[in-house]
Write a protein that binds this ligand. Structure first.
Ligand code: NA7
Length: 551
């Protein structure tokens, strides 16, 4: 074991948006406290640091996807695109850190491997992979919802002699126009990441071929990105209060909310008029701004899915390929809808080949490429895995937890004593877990994951209020009761009932076929409205933090 540092008042793991927001507010609200952020990467940004694959960009509106607490910065910063690309977002995050001198409290290149609660002095001790120890009274986990990448288990993949990487580990020095020239490229995965990567890779005229290995066809619809001119930026700057107010009023924290009408209450022409309007507009309106019953009523969802299927058919020349690209096993919007910029047209290019893994699954990998069940060896020089993440609970499971009474937080199997056996989260407000005193989660399971910065700012505010309550009352211990956790978890489950989304496997429902113990669907996030979620947090506070035990 390495040396132990002086105990901190607060330790934070992760220097993404959650960790940076937490650090800023702790410094502001508790100026005399000592705080340190521990980060695995060599710089700040979290998701926007790691995911530097080609085409990575927001599909949430840039102007609603930034910190709202620095009014001066809102007036200073000029966004360039309606949906910012990853480098612009990373520049923004770096600028926030420079402006507030946040880096001075961040330790980079440090991966935490275990977290242990010591009842005797009511502290957490975190251990990094080199054995260094860090001790603190309070611990804020800002681990990220999509930060633990997963690779497909293709037999013999270790024999592949070409380059292979996960999109979230895209090499910093890799230049697609230089490094993909003349190459045969394979991409596994057609989620939001795959769709952005494939579109960008296919644009490279110098590549020899692109094979897309698709297991589940995904719905996708146009992003319609545009430049933000300086004039437009000026007018946006005058409307920030209104913009954030609007985000606070919608169920998912975005600027979009559903049309209150139901699909069956209007005529076919009225339905078409709204759908066409949304389709022609930028952003998530085509997912979140349609009729209110689209994701609860099967027939409404079928009608809208049929409309979207026709849009795909109109864009793909080969009808056989078009049918392979149209999801048949789930309706539109029941998984997180990736927005695209020319994705479907990619398949009209003769150098792009769609391989349906439903028809011909992977059999094995060779030195040269991937062999599918029809015996074809798809020869590749570069294999890009856009195969997603061990989402929501995954980053927690990368840490060995010893909570109160040495209780583990999370396990892959159902028969363990872990608080979250089989990755089935049980939380209080999504902020705390039983047996894990003084540990707060920002973007933990059972929080709403719509517009992420909006969720982060709210979760950080709740954590700050709890820390203030402890400080003002001299408490050195806070933990939810088992009953409160049961009640909250039941509430989260009940919110998910009736939503068609929860009948479909995806990272939103806790499924990842590459991870042991994640084959079954779970309720991993808060599926009710973010407005209701915030109301419940506030009610808990007003009731004297009912459900929490302090000492
Ligand atoms: P996703 O949305 O989880 O997508 C992962 C993709 O990889 C998806 O198409 C998977 O197919 C595919 N996949 C995963 N494992 C395999 C194996 N073993 N074989 C073949 N194909 C596989 O992750 P993303 O990174 O695209 O997006 C995550 C979120 O980031 C996104 O929702 C946005 O919020 C931003 P499957 O569907 O499981 O059949």
């Amino acid at each position: 074991m390495g040396s132990i540092e002086r105990p901190y008042d607060v330790l934070i793991i992760g220097a993404g948006l959650s960790g940076l927001c937490s650090l800023h507010h702790i410094r502001k609200r508790f100026p005399s406290w000592t705080v340190k952020v521990i980060e695995a990467g060599d710089s700040v940004g979290g998701t926007w640091y790691w995911n530097r694959y080609p085409g990575a960009r927001f599909d949430s509106e840039t102007i609603s996807y930034q910190f709202s607490w620095d009014k001066e910065l809102l007036q200073e910063w000029d966004w360039k695109e309606t949906y910012a690309p990853q480098p612009e977002t990373l520049r923004y995050i770096e600028h926030v850190c420079d402006k507030h001198n946040l880096r001075s409290d961040i330790q980079f290149n440090t991966t935490i491997k275990s977290a242990r609660w010591f009842e005797s002095d009511r502290t957490w001790t975190l251990e990094d992979e080199t054995g260094n120890l860090y001790q603190a009274r309070f611990f804020v986990s800002c681990l990220g919802v999509l930060s633990s990448p997963t690779l497909p288990a293709v037999p013999g993949i270790e024999n592949f002699k070409g380059r292979l990487f996960h999109t979230s580990k895209w090499p910093k020095s890799f230049d697609i126009s230089r490094d993909l020239a003349g190459k045969r490229i394979g991409v596994i995965g057609t989620g939001a990441t795959g769709i952005q990567t494939i579109t960008e890779v296919a644009k490279q005229s110098s590549i020899e071929s692109l094979h897309v290995f698709q297991r589940t066809a995904n719905w996708s619809a146009p992003l319609r990105n545009a430049e933000i001119t300086l004039e437009l930026m000026q007018s946006i700057k005058g409307r920030y209060d209104e913009i954030f107010k609007q985000c606070a009023s919608t169920p998912s924290g975005f600027l979009h909310s559903a049309d209150p009408r139901k699909s069956c209450e209007v005529t076919h022409e009225e339905r078409l008029a709204l759908w066409e309007k949304r389709y022609s507009e930028p952003g998530f309106g085509k997912w979140l701004g349609v009729f209110s019953d689209t994701y609860t009523d099967r027939e409404a969802n079928r009608l809208y899915s049929d409309f979207m299927a026709e849009k795909i058919r109109a864009r793909v020349t080969d009808p056989r390929i078009a049918e392979q690209l149209i999801p048949k096993d789930h309706g539109f919007g029941l998984r997180r809808v990736p927005l695209e910029s020319g994705y479907f047209e990619v398949y009209n290019d003769p150098k792009v080949h769609l391989v349906s893994l439903r028809e011909t699954p992977f059999e094995r990998a060779t030195e040269r490429g991937l062999v599918t069940s029809d015996g074809t060896e798809h020869q590749l020089d570069v294999l890009i895995c856009a195969t997603g993440f061990n989402a929501i609970t995954g980053a927690f499971s990368d840490i060995e937890w010893h909570g109160r009474d040495n209780t583990p937080l999370i396990s892959h199997d159902a028969h363990s004593k872990a608080v979250w056996a089989s990755h089935r989260a049980r939380t209080f407000l999504g902020i705390m877990a039983h047996s894990m005193p003084n540990m707060f989660m920002v973007l933990g399971p059972h929080q709403p994951f719509g517009n992420i910065p909006r969720s982060i700012e709210h979760a950080v505010e709740v954590v700050m209020q709890l820390l203030e309550h402890c400080e003002q009352n001299g408490y050195s211990y806070v933990e939810p009761t088992k009953e409160a956790v049961d009640e909250w978890t039941e509430h989260v489950v009940s919110c998910s009932e009736g939503a068609l989304t929860n009948e479909v496997s995806s990272w939103l429902t806790g499924v990842n076929t590459n991870v042991e113990g994640k084959q079954e669907r779970t309720v991993a996030r808060y599926c009710g409205s973010a407005v209701e979620y915030r109301k419940r947090c506030q009610q808990c506070k007003l009731a004297g933090w009912k459900g929490l035990e302090f000492a």
